[in-house]
Design a protein around this ligand. Structure first.
Ligand code: NDP
Ligand code: GDR
Length: 355
């Protein structure tokens, strides 16, 4: 940790352009951190979620700095570490879509599992070379529990059901191994599903709120979904990133399940969304087998006792609030689309076919 109190603590976030990265960056800025993010090179801008907190580096006293990097490029990660000299690292970067991981298993393993290993190796060498101490948060997932029966806690055995989940289990054990072998401060968060208006549009909650609000305004007729019976413990991303930070403020590193302790089926989520919009979901939903997974995770329900008792963390936003927040935000987006359409612009619904 930085000893000089005039010097802000520096956090490095991999995956800063993702849902969680954007909320975490906002939270850390409020805590007084200087935030550095790793951004991968894409042909189109991928910084939509953080544009509101990013300042031009030529301006006075910027709090957010971005660095090109990729979890598949260990040399680049090493270079970023020496440049940023972080006190804390939040490893959020991942090919995070479970269904996509069946189509791209090698790439998923490379970013999620080997990418984590690259980062840990880089940090180990960096600490040896500089004598600095760096704390690391590793983004684990409830998907690691897979088919283990609910409720799942820190002592529930892992039984991953997708290349994504297998890769997250590998990353989890790399983290434990580096903690035990080298005494590094690494905390594994085992986070259950968390959503928000910034959720990627091919995850089921956002896919539903986007489609339902577009249907309400006449911009879309149907929504095609897969398994409606699976149950998830859905919380709000803005709450969950605070638990990540708390994990790095403890005397000793440890692993924590972060969850609300309440589960709902995809069908219940649909019901709740369409009810707010005063529509009957059964008239608009069709089942398309392309959205079924080769192996499904049926029932995830977290046991949040440890995170509550040790970190004092509990969620502020409940299921109904979360659904309403996402519907209201997507209704506004749909209104903007409708305005453009009514003005003669061509509206395209992007990527809905592949989630
Ligand atoms: P997102 O998919 O929204 O964000 C993933 C981030 O990783 C994006 O910034 C993405 O960049 C970046 N990324 C992807 N591949 C690479 C790569 N090869 N090199 C560098 N960066 C890369 O995920 P979330 O924010 O929802 O999740 C954050 C982390 O937490 C992930 O590791 C996820 O697996 C894990 N997790 C998420 C849960 C959830 O419910 N949201 C629950 C449990 C775990 P780009 O923007 O360019 O795509
Ligand atoms: P999940 O999230 O796989 O839990 O992983 P997702 O929203 O993709 O799926 C949740 C459940 O909904 C079912 N489902 C559909 N899913 C999608 N994406 N699209 C559909 O059309 C559809 N129809 C039904 C799925 O089969 C599944 O059972 C998320 C990701 O954020 C991971 O990175 C994270 O680790 C876990 O949450 C915790």
């Amino acid at each position: 940790m930085s000893n000089d109190i005039s010097c802000p603590r520096r956090a490095l976030i991999s995956g800063i352009t993702g849902q969680d990265g954007s909320y975490l960056a906002e939270f850390l800025i409020k805590q007084g951190y200087q935030v550095h993010g790793i951004v991968r090179r894409t042909s189109l801008f991928n910084t939509d979620r953080i544009d509101h907190i990013y300042q031009d580096p030529h301006e006075n006293n910027p709090q957010v700095f971005l660095h090109y990097g990729d979890m598949t490029d260990g040399t680049g990660l090493r270079r970023i570490l020496h440049k940023v000299r972080p006190d804390e690292i939040y490893n959020l970067a991942a090919q995070s879509h479970v269904k996509v991981s069946f189509d791209q298993p090698e790439y998923t393993a490379d970013t999620v599992a080997t990418g984590t290993l690259r980062l840990l190796e880089a940090v180990r060498d960096y600490m040896d070379e500089t004598g600095s101490v760096v704390r690391i948060y590793q983004a684990g997932s409830s998907e690691m529990f897979g088919s283990s029966l609910p409720p799942q806690s820190e002592v529930t055995p892992f039984h991953p059901r997708s290349p994504y989940a297998v890769s997250k289990v590998a990353a989890y054990w790399y983290a434990v191994n580096y903690r035990e072998a080298y005494g590094m401060y690494i905390a594994n968060g085992i986070l259950f599903n968390h959503e928000s208006p910034r959720r990627g549009e091919t995850f089921v909650t956002r896919k539903i709120t986007r489609a339902a609000t577009r249907i309400k305004l006449g911009l879309q007729q149907k929504i095609y979904l897969g398994n409606l019976a699976s149950r998830r413990d859905w919380g709000y991303a803005g709450d969950f990133v605070e638990a990540m930070w708390l994990m790095l403020q403890q005397e000793k590193p440890d692993d924590y399940v972060v969850a609300t302790g309440e589960a709902h089926s995809v069908e219940e989520f649909l019901e709740a969304v369409f009810a707010i919009l005063e529509l009957n979901w059964r008239e608009y939903v069709e089942i398309d087998a392309r959205y079924f997974r080769p192996a499904e995770v049926d029932f995830l329900l977290g046991d949040p006792v440890k995170v509550r008792n040790v970190l004092g963390w509990k969620p502020r936003v409940n299921f109904d609030d979360l659904v309403r927040m996402m519907v209201e935000s997507d209704l506004e987006l749909a209104r903007q689309e409708k305005t453009l359409r009514d003005a003669g612009h061509r509206i395209v619904s992007r990527g809905m076919a592949i989630g």
